[in-house]
Ligand binder design. Structure first.
Ligand code: KIV
Ligand code: ZN
Length: 510
């Protein structure tokens, strides 16, 4: 009989901690709901002790999600575990995930601790977490570069202290598949009490081997795969959830495991994570890339037309991309629009479908055809995952080749105090951002700014991604419009609204 294995998703923690991948609280809850629909067994909602904002997000996810276990990461220190439990305690099925490094290089240079002290800390942290929570995961950070016997000793001791899950991270993505499988088998064979625990692996992708290493670990006896949607994560990322799930489904002949993943939710999850983080999926990304099911060469097209299996090992429908979609345009009705929203994985219940349909009609008047990407952009643009402290009323720019650009902008304030400012700048976007800075009255830094087209074609919508920093913290914003200056202004305001919301929670709002 096939062995049941578990998917532990860490998009909201390891994924979110990667550069430019931050999400605000509302976005995290939305991603968490999609992960629940996707069927993950466990989701790691964040690192509660990192900041009050992280703790609030873990708490919100723990309250929103009922269908799977919610975990939070804690260093092996009491204060982290206290904060972690405080944010997790309302989860239907909570898990405290505590970790400490066990490799010589981490113990000596990062922790400045002797192996015996690391062992004691691991035991005392698990015992402390156990007072709060029945389900405790222990990770030996940098396990793949640790001494295997020391690793087994630590694991055996934390099992005695109450750990229910033991995780072997390949923290720096250093292992090769055969070697990593051997380590898993060694741990299984030499850890006292291991049969009572779930054995997990957490692979990073520095050498592009995270998925291969995870599969090798499964074959060697691992029970839980830690992964992220779109492979987000520190540096080169984590093992990609969609690649693991589709490898299991497609190669069931060799990978005889059961899991809870609903593969038809993969595409919606991938799109949602890409939209809220603003991190685009590379076109040739396995499973979810734009080209993953595209056949360009004539010989391939001919083969696929004659028999799909000649060049396709899985179908687009199996990951939730519906077949033969009608093109939508200005004559499309509300029903067709709503059906498309559902096909794209949006939960229409929580959406203002009438408002979205009006935006769709307005766009269809400007563009010949409205693509799925355009529709996603409309929904994302309308998504108010944080309250709008500021919203755009109107703007005008004056820009040319020889004079400085100027922008006059008027913003509405939620408190009713609307403001207008004018500024000059190096180009229209700089002028607009400076005018907004004057209205907001904070010393903001623009960390990054990206402008892209939602689709190809002359009439494509512009999509801007902005990251601002204030007081050592970053916030992202995204804006979409048929006018690239307006898209940029909307993105800048969205980032400011995320910031104001967090600052107001800390009593510093405007
Ligand atoms: O990569 C890693 O080692 C981690 C642990 C904290 C599980 O993310
Ligand atoms: Zn990691």
């Amino acid at each position: 009989m096939a062995r049941r294995i578990y998917f532990f998703d860490t998009t909201l923690r390891d994924g979110e901690q990667a550069p430019r991948c931050s999400m605000n609280l509302g976005e995290k809850v939305e991603v968490a709901r999609q992960l629940e629909r996707l069927g993950v067994d466990v989701m790691e909602a964040g690192f509660s002790a990192a900041s009050p904002g992280d703790a609030a997000a873990v708490k919100a996810v723990a309250q929103a999600v009922r269908g799977c276990t919610v975990a939070t990461l804690c260093r092996a220190v009491k204060s982290d575990i206290d904060i972690g439990w405080e944010s997790l305690s309302q989860a239907a099925s909570p898990r405290i995930h505590t970790f400490i490094a066990t490799s010589p290089v981490h113990m000596e240079y990062k922790l400045k601790m002797k192996p015996g002290d690391v062992l004691e800390r691991a035991i005392s942290s698990v015992a402390y977490a156990k007072k709060y929570c029945q389900d405790v995961e222990f990770s030996a950070e940098d396990a793949s570069r640790s001494d295997p016997d020391f690793l087994c000793k630590v694991f055996g001791a934390v099992i005695k202290a109450g750990a229910t899950v033991l995780n072997i991270p390949d923290t720096v993505g250093y292992s090769l598949p055969e070697e990593f499988g051997r380590l898993v088998a060694y741990v299984k064979a030499h850890t006292p009490g291991i049969e009572k625990a779930i054995l997990a692996v957490h692979c990073h992708n520095d050498l592009g081997l995270a998925v291969a290493n995870s599969l090798s670990a499964l074959l060697a006896g691992a029970d839980q795969l830690e992964c992220t949607v779109n492979g987000l994560g520190e540096r080169a990322g984590n093992a990609s959830l969609e690649e693991l799930a589709m490898a299991l489904k497609t190669r069931r002949d060799l990978l005889d495991f059961e899991c809870g993943i609903q593969t038809s939710q993969i595409y919606a999850a991938s799109r949602l994570v890409s939209q809220v983080t603003g991190v685009k999926v590379q076109p040739n990304k396995a499973v979810v890339g734009e080209n993953a099911f595209a056949h360009e060469a004539g010989i391939h097209q001919h083969g696929v037309m004659a028999k799909r299996e000649t060049y396709e090992i899985m179908t687009p429908e199996s990951i939730g991309i519906p077949k033969n979609r009608m093109v939508l345009g200005k004559h499309s009705g509300r029903h067709a629009f709503e059906d498309r929203l559902k096909d794209l994985g949006f939960e229409t219940q929580g959406l203002d479908v009438d408002g979205l349909f009006a935006s769709f009609k307005a766009l269809a008047d400007k563009k010949k055809t409205v693509s799925d990407r355009d529709i996603e952009a409309i929904v994302t643009g309308a998504r108010k995952s944080v309250p709008e402290t500021y919203s755009l009323d109107r703007w005008v720019v004056n820009s040319g080749s020889s004079l400085s650009s100027t922008c006059t902008i008027r913003l509405r304030h939620a408190g009713g105090d609307d403001k207008e400012e004018v500024s000059v700048g190096d180009g229209p976007i700089d002028a607009a951002f400076k005018a907004i800075d004057r209205i907001v009255g904070r010393d903001l830094d623009l960390e990054s700014f990206e402008l892209d087209a939602v689709t190809g074609g002359e009439d494509a919508q512009g999509e801007a991604m902005v990251k601002v920093s204030y007081d050592g913290k970053d916030w992202n914003g995204r804006g979409v419009s048929t006018d690239v200056i307006e898209a940029s202004i909307l993105a800048y305001i969205a980032a400011i609204n995320s910031m104001e919301w967090e600052l107001s929670a800390a009593g510093e709002g405007r």
